[in-house]
Design a protein around this ligand. Structure first.
Ligand code: COA
Length: 160
């Protein structure tokens, strides 16, 4: 395939930096159990009991273009992951985490940029997410990605 100048520039912006010791790849259904175990290590992620692995694997299988990503080092150890999906015409990012030793190297930003690019490619124009109220670093991260608090709306929810 011949890339136009614009798509080549986008591809470069989304690629890992030259010489990076990690790879970011779309999450597959086979990755889900390991990603869930990874997310559960970090209390700030608030991975909930109701987040069913089988459902998550089904969602990952159905998703096109893929919006959830896993970052691994050269040995295949998970360094980070982002779980994203869509609800109707809105995109949502459920969780993002990076292993403490790999933080502040732009890994989460790169994964999130790839999720947002996938949403854009699929026609989605608005993305929402929840941040735990006392998670200052999570909030700072999302603000650095351009997310702002929703004005004039509250979240309502119910368990089924
Ligand atoms: C939040 C988290 C995913 C960030 O991952 P990361 O790979 O270190 O993030 P990046 O390197 O892409 O950071 C991008 C920018 O976000 C902001 N940021 C990231 N971590 C931050 C922190 N702890 N405090 C303040 N700002 C932060 C900075 O502006 C940073 O840019 P800079 O490093 O040039 O200053 C990671 O710290 C983490 O896994 N935390 C535990 C789980 C968590 O809180 N998840 C989010 C729940 S809402």
């Amino acid at each position: 395939m011949t890339l136009t100048m614009e798509t080549a520039a986008t591809a470069r912006a989304l690629a890992e930096p030259t010489g990076a010791a990690y790879r970011i790849q779309p999450m597959t259904a086979d990755d889900v159990a390991a990603v869930v175990a990874f997310m559960r290590r970090y209390p700030e992620v608030h991975f909930c009991e109701w987040e069913d692995e089988t459902l998550l694997a089904q969602a990952v299988r159905r998703q096109w273009p893929p919006a959830s990503f896993v970052c691994r080092d050269g040995d295949g150890t998970i360094l980070g992951a982002v779980i994203a999906g869509s609800v109707g015409v809105r995109g949502t990012i459920s969780h993002v985490a990076v292993a403490p030793e790999a933080r502040r190297h732009g890994i989460a930003s790169r994964m999130v940029r790839r999720s947002l690019a996938a949403f854009r490619e699929g026609g989605i124009r608005r993305v929402f997410l929840f941040v735990v109220a006392d998670a200052a670093s999570g909030r700072a991260f999302w603000e650095a990605q351009g997310f702002r608090e929703t004005q004039g709306e509250s979240t309502l929810e119910a368990d089924l």
